[in-house]
Design a protein around this ligand. Structure first.
Ligand code: UDP
Length: 308
């Protein structure tokens, strides 16, 4: 199959490119390196079935493909808040352009939505039927509302034009190929621990997240693409941890002498997050199987290799 992956040079995108090439697909990777890196795909560029397009999804695209995975969007708060208008444009105009491409090609398109659409959730764990608790005018809104609008566009293109859509909501994912300056908690803590710098917890560290190893996430995306249910379906690991627990675990696994220091909590930082994945189990026969400790060991090894 000819598969387009927008954001294909990003953290999750580059893993997906690799997996699809391994199964014999022809991969079109579109990216502008806004928060990604050419180094993530350097090993793929020799492959004759890999094609790189340096293009912004804000611009319409004409390409013959059989499948579209729409991943392009900065996803770390630090990156998506740097140019919030661009983040909103990427989400909304990007979704429209890719949906138009799917409509023209009569092909299936998968949207990678996010647990952020639940905002600071009042329901725990989060099920797909929960509508969320989102600030429309805060610092995270460009991403949260952009991603919410993308979901709306996907379902309207489906109802109005019969586009064959799939929507997944990805919860916190980590693993090799995260950028060193990604700004998210797992990479920040690992980099700080390996460099013997202070580990910075925002707030008191009692807020929770549930971390999914990237191989599990990518398998979830691929299963979602090749089954009949449109979604939305949560893809994440329900193993909920406090940020303080995560810091302690990373210090232990790296053998670091770093100290933990505390800084103010960013605005609208969700207090708790944990996916309910019963729908993914039922519809996709999917569940993550990498434990946090195993996944962190692999991620630490990756950052170590980069001699941090
Ligand atoms: N966080 C932290 N130290 C860091 C980076 C993040 O304590 O160096 C906290 C952050 O405030 C949030 C959690 O870790 O409560 C997860 O943050 P991240 O940016 O990874 O993802 P998101 O908030 O989008 O889930």
């Amino acid at each position: 199959m000819k598969v387009l992956i927008t954001g294909g040079a990003g953290f999750i995108g580059s893993h997906l490119c690799r997996r699809l090439l391994q199964q014999g697909d022809e991969v079109y990777c579109l990216d502008i390196f806004y928060s990604s890196a050419r180094a993530n795909i350097a090993d793929l560029e020799e492959n004759s079935r890999f094609h790189f397009l340096e293009r912004d999804i804000e611009e319409p695209l004409d390409l013959e493909v059989d499948r579209i995975y729409n991943l392009a969007c900065p996803a770390s708060p630090v990156h998506y808040q740097k140019d919030p208008v661009k983040t909103a444009r990427t989400s909304v105009l990007g979704a429209i352009n890719m949906l138009e491409l799917a409509r023209k090609n009569h092909c299936r398109i998968l949207q990678t939505s996010t647990s952020e659409i639940y905002g600071d959730p009042l329901v725990h764990p989060q099920k797909e039927s929960y509508w969320g608790n989102v600030n429309t005018i805060g610092l995270r809104s460009c991403y949260d509302e952009g991603k919410r609008m993308s979901e709306t566009l996907f379902f309207d293109y489906h109802r109005q034009y019969g586009v064959d859509i799939r929507v997944v909501r990805i919860f916190n994912t980590y693993g090799p190929y995260m950028a060193e300056n990604d700004g998210r908690v797992v990479s920040n803590f690992i980099v700080e621990a390996l460099q013997g710098k202070d580990i910075t917890i925002y707030g008191d560290g009692s807020q929770t997240r549930s971390f999914c190893y990237v191989d599990d996430t990518v398998e979830g995306l691929m299963k979602m693409m090749e089954q009949d249910y449109t979604g939305p379906v949560n893809i994440g690991n329900p193993d909920e941890r406090t940020i303080a627990q995560l810091a302690e675990m990373i210090i232990r696994l790296t053998g670091s002498s770093s100290r933990i220091v505390y800084r103010g909590l960013p605005a609208d930082d969700p207090v708790r997050r944990k996916p309910d994945i019963s729908l993914a189990k039922e519809k996709l026969n999917w569940a993550p199987h990498t434990s946090l400790e195993e996944g962190l060991r692999k991620t630490i090894a990756y950052f170590r290799e980069r001699s941090l």
